[in-house]
Write a new protein. Structure first.
Length: 278
């Protein structure tokens, strides 16, 4: 037919070759030698997440979005002021004054997600032009996608700091969720309290797990006997996936007891060679 584009015939059994403009010579490069670590630290309220982050390699600068510093008074962390919204958070991250900071703490990422929700409602128009007040008003699943895409911009901002050598710690509250088990009964475990629709799409929780180099669960040590929990207030940091918690680490492999004013976790993390994958 006139005006119809046709592809050149390829002989049977032959492999089509890409045009020369789409070919590149294979090259290798070394990873950034001084890149920082992407860390997620989560657990129940009051377990000591903020205090543990305070002991990370300093100087430490914290977005105290949960207003916990007024009570805890961290000794080594400088509180970043003037952050009341999503725009404030991103503006500071992309601004000046970070030269002497070694570790950035977002306390908490759960609260930062609430900022992202508010930003999306205020700035992402409904496809029909309707005024909305809740994320569900966008329609089935669409609001979660808007929040997901908004939150990804924060991870991009943090990545720029990681590439310059700064560590990033996202503190999260925890939640319990059911884990599907194709081989038997499902079970419950702890996971970071971030958006994760049941469909699995637009899951900030799963995307953050992929993004992070380390996902640490900090919890109380509890023994269960005759249906009752027993403990003495001791705590353990779990750096690897266990039936009771989501976790991962590119360096650590064993649970670490956590004591007050003890930086053993950070000493172990930053003194270990990076684990080889594959």
């Amino acid at each position: 037919m006139p005006g119809t584009l046709t592809r050149p015939a390829v002989p049977r059994g032959a492999t089509p070759q890409p045009p020369a403009s789409h070919r590149r010579t294979l090259c290798f490069e070394n990873p950034a030698p001084h890149a920082g670590h992407r860390i997620v630290l989560y657990g129940p309220g009051g377990v000591g997440k903020t205090s543990l982050a305070d002991l990370a390699p300093g100087p430490v600068a914290s977005f105290d979005l949960d207003d916990s510093h007024a009570v805890l008074h961290p000794k080594h962390t400088k509180r970043i002021g003037g952050v009341e919204s999503w725009d404030d958070l991103r503006a500071v991250l992309n601004g000046e004054g970070w030269d002497k900071v070694r570790t950035i703490v977002v306390d908490s990422a759960t609260r930062a997600e609430e900022f992202a929700v508010a930003w999306a409602i205020a700035n992402v128009p409904h496809e029909k032009g309707n005024r909305i007040s809740r994320i569900e008003d966008y329609g089935f699943g669409k609001g979660y996608q808007h929040v997901y895409e908004t939150f990804l911009t924060l991870l991009g901002d943090l990545d720029r700091h990681v590439r310059t050598g700064r560590n990033v710690i996202l503190i999260c509250h925890d939640c319990t969720t059911s884990v599907p088990n194709p081989q038997g009964e499902d079970w419950q475990r702890y996971e970071p309290r971030l958006q994760s629709p049941s469909s699995g799409k637009a899951s900030i929780r799963l995307r953050v797990r992929e993004w992070a180099d380390h996902v640490f669960f900090l919890g109380y040590d509890v023994d269960v006997k005759d249906g009752k929990g027993h403990g003495c207030g001791t705590r353990t940091l779990w750096p690897v996936e266990m039936p009771h918690c989501m976790a991962k680490s590119r360096r650590l492999t064993d649970p670490i007891p956590v004591y007050p004013n003890d930086a053993a976790v950070w000493n172990a993390l930053f003194s270990q060679p990076e684990a080889k994958e594959g």
